[in-house]
Design a protein around this ligand. Structure first.
Ligand SMILES: Cc1ncc(C[n+]2csc(CCO)c2C)c(N)n1
Length: 226
């Protein structure tokens, strides 16, 4: 097992807990109240804005142009795939981006993005940056793959466009590319650095869990639908 595989194994029980949150159970059987999903989409839009800045720290610590190109391609994938689905739901709920941007991140969301940004800023390079941004990517692949396997009826819920994003071969292929870059970045880490990297990965998996728990509650500061 390589370094990243060990980190994933260590986080699997946390990802399983994510799958058992009220929010994801409600997504799986379609019973999740729309108000909760609206709150999730709003927080997630704010999350993705901050997540993009993690790559900025990655770039600042980059040692060659290939590394910079890698972050550039990660960022463009986030923009294309994540943001497109969010825009679809926001339009459906009649919420505009201008209304969202000034809103505060809820505390669990704030804590998560602050920890990713600090890990990437204070790290030595790509290893820390990728450890911070990979649990987000890989946990979604694992969680939604399992969710579809365990609850195939999710196809007939209003949440299918959201779930489907993480289920295809394209998403798998991108995850593999991100993992490959991370394997390179995490080769031959000094023991102290490896320990720090493991802690970053696990902490971010826990933040994912807290984000799902938070999302079972609706936000109370959203514009009301017309
Ligand atoms: C809290 C939270 N965690 C993870 C993701 C998933 N995600 C964010 S960026 C990215 C890579 C491009 O798709 C993925 C999979 C999310 N949206 N929100």
């Amino acid at each position: 097992m390589n370094f990243l595989e060990e980190c994933i194994q260590d986080s699997l029980p946390i990802w399983e807990s994510c799958l058992n949150t009220k929010f994801l159970k409600g997504v799986a059987d379609g019973s999740l109240p729309e108000e909760c999903f609206k709150g999730y989409i709003v927080d997630d839009s704010l999350y993705l804005r901050e997540y993009s800045k993690v790559f900025a720290w990655g770039m600042i610590h980059s040692r060659d142009m290939a590394e910079i190109r890698n972050y550039y391609s990660l960022l463009s994938f986030v923009n294309e795939s994540e943001d497109a689905t969010r825009r679809y739901y926001l339009k459906r709920y009649g919420i505009t981006d201008e209304e969202i941007q000034p809103l505060p991140l809820r505390p669990e969301n704030r804590a998560y993005v602050d920890s990713m940004l600090a890990a990437a800023r204070d790290g030595e390079g790509a290893a820390e940056c990728m450890m911070a941004c990979l649990p987000c990517m890989l946990s979604y692949g694992w969680i939604f793959g399992e969710l579809i396997r365990r609850s195939p009826g999710v196809e007939n819920t209003p949440y299918w466009p959201f779930v489907r994003d993480y289920a295809g071969n394209r998403y798998d292929a991108i995850c593999r590319a991100w993992a490959e870059f991370t394997d390179q970045a995490c080769q031959d880490l000094a023991p102290e650095r490896a320990k720090k990297c493991r802690e970053i990965f696990r902490a971010c998996s826990l933040h994912e869990l807290h984000f799902w728990e938070m999302s079972a509650h609706p936000r109370e500061d959203l514009p009301t639908s017309p």
